[in-house]
Design a protein around this ligand. Sequence first.
Ligand code: ADP
Ligand code: MG
Length: 321
Amino acid sequence: MGEFELIRNFFAAAPCAQGGEGVALGIGDDCALLAVAPGEQLAISTDTLVAGVHFADPCDPFLLGQRSLAVAVSDLAAMGATPLAFTLALTLPTVATDWLAAYARGLNAMAQDCAVRLIGGDTTRGPLTLTMTVFGRVPAGRALTRSGARPGDLLCVGGPLGDAAGALPLVLGQRQAAPAVAEPLLARYWSPQPQLALGQALRGKATAALDISDGLLADCGHIAAASSVGLQVVLDTLPLSRPLVDFLGLEGARAAALSGGDDYVLAFTLPPADLTPLQAAGWPVHVVGQVVAGQGVALLDAAGQDITPGIRGYQHFPETP
Ligand code: ADP
Ligand code: MG
């Protein structure tokens, strides 16, 4: 199968590539065209997944299709943007049609869930690598950024943390667990649900936001730096799922929540007055700490003692000491 047949069969023909609101021209020309309404801005983000670095290889291509798009769309959620479209740059070692068909099905399933349209891409030969660029729309000036946190704000997260990191030994086949534990954790790893509705609900309320991809402590460091504030995380308040605690124990679950990657749950700062109305409206908002004057991220125990660990999250190019 040649390059053009591959693009036509697996991607241009997919339901998610048939255009939709805001897509003026989709796959097939030199560029796609997006319509941007007056008073709106485009939110754009790119994510690359490299086989053996970001996912085990081989792995289930349907699940990979879901996950590769979810991690990219999660960045739109973090900005409070509404998904519009995405491109897919696919580097493949060989043309394996069964693999491509399953990958495209998984991609399409997540695209339909997130109401995002495939509008183009690139197809090349080389080590398996997936690059997604996502486009979203947001009312001008109202995107959630990392830079607006103020001392006195609450530090919040949008749901239980650590499940995806907890699932990693299961994904890698290093450990086994009963289905009641393994299934929910693996689901959180393979099909993270970008918190799009929550991100949009936080527009005009959250003072800073991001999606947690590298662990709560590491990612909070980005808000602290961008906002020139300090963040305090209170260990006892971390929301943890039952399956994670059953699998790793409380200590292990807390470590996964603090330093494990891949959760794609939103972390955000919120003026205290906004907390109760959001929770009363049913939004998943868990307070895990607060914003203070200063810099960096500190971990506190229930008594307020600083118990900050030394190692934080995953970095592709660690800083030299
Ligand atoms: P060009 O040579 O102009 O870069 P290509 O031949 O690479 O264009 O691609 C032809 C069309 O197919 C373009 O519209 C491109 O966006 C689209 N495309 C290529 N690869 C993919 C892919 N993996 N998924 C979706 N669309 C793709
Ligand atoms: Mg090309």
